[in-house]
Design a binder for this molecule. Structure first.
Ligand SMILES: Cc1cc2nc3c(=O)[nH]c(=O)nc-3n(C[C@H](O)[C@H](O)[C@H](O)COP(=O)(O)O)c2cc1C
Ligand code: SF4
Length: 694
């Protein structure tokens, strides 16, 4: 019996509610866990090629019951892809879909896809540059496109396009489809917030439902009564003037009574702007499973299968959702980005080894900021062609010393431990975590510590020798007689070069770490644009100090994505924080005469000689961080590779074998911020990519 069959046999005997099969029409799912549709923007030319496919196949290998692919695959050319959406309108997609469904099925999971027309929720300047359309010419704040009012011939065409796309998906072997109806064209028609029409598609609920009924009717007609069709809809938009729960349930009952759908995937909320979206897809610092009870109420009112996903990121909550009958299938979507092997680990009794989703929502923010979803602390996700989720044992066990127990060092030690090496970690502080520990001092971001805590537990399981309070010098390393040394010593805050007064400033790290608690008037100079400045600013603003943030950028927190920006903006709005863009701090001087201890700050822009003056008690700066690389430089001449990396081998997935100093006693590499200040993902990717081949 192979490993998969063994796990299936164990699952079949289990009384775990999550592991019970579920039947939806002809389809039997092996368990109750699914990944809801989410567009990771891995498409190439609008097609789900290798990267896209392997991302979903990995979840199937990891035991998931069903993976719902795409996020809003678009059914028509005039629904320009806002975030790398698949082109469901193109016949060329069918073989790609077929390959994906075949491989997902091979590993025992069901596979569905979400279809949509985005309506006004997109931009006009993508793909074919077709004008965006909507029921009424009302802009969506998040995407800003000014839509045209859909004409009768648009409506007729798009109804047909939905049916065509559904047929393509059936031909590609999909087990079913889900129609997106929250914030997209379908529900833009039925929500009074977005439909001001006076023709037969506007006004009464009957009229506003006409488009959806035509679309779903055409899909049913084309795909037949046996094909599974569901809807993901906002049962309650939670916005005045929108669809409330009573109206949402009425719409659902109508779709059910007409036999148009087989399941409902419950959404509660509104997504037309980021502050609203963050309640539909809650980030860290927000309550877990906020809409689960509401989904349970929907389940009480319908015979349809009920699905739901919203911050169910741990197994205990998922189990509760099924055991208490809140839903039929529980979505753990970001949780599977963090660990695609959740169900396999549950079955194997390894729940504690599940890599936690910490709600950082780097994944979602990146589809807009950088065009691809990446998990903040799983560098293998979406890189399945090159990066393993399960690290293989090395042919030869070696002695590996890792210096530094920040995210990069911990990941290096974890991967080396999985390889079967004898690993020692030396950490200067009495604890692990590095900059994550600082970031998590903001109580709202406490969950980030999951990145550290999971790795510390894994190191324990892997018998890695972790030594705290060791300020490692060269001789400490050589005394361990290592074969490989990984320097992950991180960075220290960079102090800007000012005309005068650089010695009078404190850093955002001082604030986050609690070494400085600014009071009175505080000016925070952010010349970095990342979380460290925003988070320190949030803490200062919330502490009651009067804060001004000055940045030379054209927007605040330029490296922080839309979802993560929401709570920062809320803090600044609620505290009347002053925000000054396009300017930088030039000089900091003590106040003359009175006001002892106060500071006089000159600020100015990069393109004007004009200067302004601020009078404050504290100046906080965040100008990035400089690598702490003294140990690396000390060890370099003792190493066989003199610290050099064979980049071709690194990218090609081959072991490092450069020898530049035959007398060298070990290979030496540095990773993460010890090379250059970046982020958590960069540090863990450095570590995984290098150590998987050591
Ligand atoms: C990167 C990303 C893209 C998403 N895109 C879509 C989408 O296109 N359609 C959709 O219905 N939901 C989308 N979602 C929302 C997810 O399906 C899910 O509802 C959300 O992540 C909350 O569930 P979770 O807490 O289990 O992750 C997206 C989520 C993420 C993280
Ligand atoms: S980036 Fe954060 S929210 Fe997204 S999957 Fe990873 S841990 Fe979860």
């Amino acid at each position: 019996m192979n490993a998969g069959a063994r796990l299936a046999a164990v699952a079949a005997r289990s009384d775990d509610p999550l592991l019970q099969p579920f039947t939806l029409k002809h389809l039997t799912l092996r368990n109750r866990v699914f990944s809801s549709s989410h567009e990771p923007a891995y498409s190439e030319d609008g097609m789900p090629k290798d990267r896209y496919r392997l991302y979903h196949v990995e979840k199937a290998k990891g035991g998931i019951g069903m993976t719902m692919t795409a996020g809003s695959a678009v059914v028509a050319e005039d629904s320009p892809p806002a975030f790398g959406n698949l082109h469901a309108y193109d016949d060329a997609i069918v073989p790609w879909i077929r390959r994906m469904t075949d491989e997902v099925h091979e590993h025992g999971a069901a596979c569905m896809i979400q279809l949509t027309h985005l309506g006004r929720r997109t931009g006009w300047d993508q793909d074919d540059w077709l004008p965006v359309l909507a029921p009424s010419p009302l802009r969506e704040p998040a995407h800003r496109a000014q839509p045209k009012e859909a004409e009768d011939w648009d409506i007729d065409r798009i109804v047909g396009k939905y049916a065509d796309a559904a047929e393509r998906m059936r031909a590609g072997g999909m087990d079913g489809i889900e129609i997106e109806a929250y914030g997209h064209l379908l529900d833009q028609f039925w929500s009074p917030l977005t439909n001001r029409r006076t023709d037969e598609y506007g006004g009464s609920l009957e009229n506003r439902l006409r488009f959806a009924l035509r679309v779903l009717g055409a899909i049913r007609k084309r795909t037949g009564p046996d094909f599974v069709v569901g809807i993901r809809m906002a049962i309650d938009e939670t916005v005045a003037g929108g669809i409330d729960a009573a109206a949402g349930l009425e719409i659902l009952a109508r779709l059910e009574a007409d036999g148009l759908i087989d399941f409902v995937n419950v959404i509660r909320g509104y997504i037309a702007n980021d502050p609203a979206l963050v309640h539909v897809i809650p980030i860290h610092g927000m309550p877990a499973a906020p809409h689960l009870d509401f989904a349970g109420l929907v389940r009480d009112s319908t015979e349809l299968a009920v699905l739901h996903a919203s911050k169910v990121d741990d197994v205990a909550t998922a189990r509760h959702a099924i055991r208490e009958g809140k839903v039929d299938l529980v979505g753990m979507t970001r949780a599977h980005l963090a660990d695609p092997h959740i169900v396999r680990k549950i079955i194997a009794g390894q729940e504690a080894q599940i890599r936690p989703c910490v709600g950082a929502t780097y994944c979602l923010d990146r589809i807009y900021e950088a065009g691809e979803a990446l998990c903040i602390h799983n560098a293998a996700t979406s890189r399945e062609t090159t990066m393993p989720h399960v690290v293989a044992t090395a042919p030869i066990a070696r002695r590996v010393v890792v210096v530094g127990a920040g995210p990069g060092g911990l990941e290096a030690a974890r991967v080396a431990g999985e390889r079967g090496h004898a690993v020692t970690v030396l950490e200067a502080m009495p604890w692990a975590g590095g900059q994550i520990r600082l970031a998590a001092r903001n109580p709202r971001r406490r969950d980030l510590m999951g990145i550290v805590e999971w790795r510390v537990a894994e190191l324990d399981r892997l018998h890695v020798d972790v030594r705290y309070d060791v300020i490692a010098e060269g001789r400490d390393i050589t005394a361990l007689d290592p074969d490989v040394v990984i320097v992950a010593t991180g960075a220290q805050p960079h102090i800007p070069e000012l005309e005068v007064g650089a010695d009078r400033v404190v850093t955002s790290w001082d604030v986050l770490g609690g070494d400085v608690t600014p009071v009175g008037d505080v000016l925070l100079f952010d010349d970095n644009g990342t979380h460290s400045a925003m988070s320190a600013a949030e803490m200062i603003a919330r502490s009651g100090a009067r804060l001004e943030i000055v940045t030379p950028e054209r927007m605040l927190g330029i490296e922080v994505g839309g979802m993560n920006h929401v709570p920062y903006a809320r803090a600044f709005n609620e505290t009347d924080t002053r925000i000054t863009l396009n300017q930088r701090v030039l000089a900091v001087r003590p106040e003359p005469n009175r006001d002892r201890g106060r500071l006089c700050v000159e600020i100015g822009s990069d393109d004007s000689l004009h200067r302004s003056v601020r009078h404050v008690d504290t100046v906080v700066v965040d100008c990035g961080a400089a690598a702490q690389d003294a140990l690396y430089r000390e060890l370099k001449p003792l190493s066989s590779n003199l610290g050099a990396v064979d980049v071709g081998a690194l990218l090609g997935g081959r072991a490092q074998s450069l020898v530049k100093n035959p007398d060298g006693r070990f290979q030496l590499f540095r990773i993460g911020d010890a090379i250059a200040n970046r982020n958590i993902h960069a540090a863990v990717y450095d570590a995984l990519r290098l150590l998987k081949d050591v």
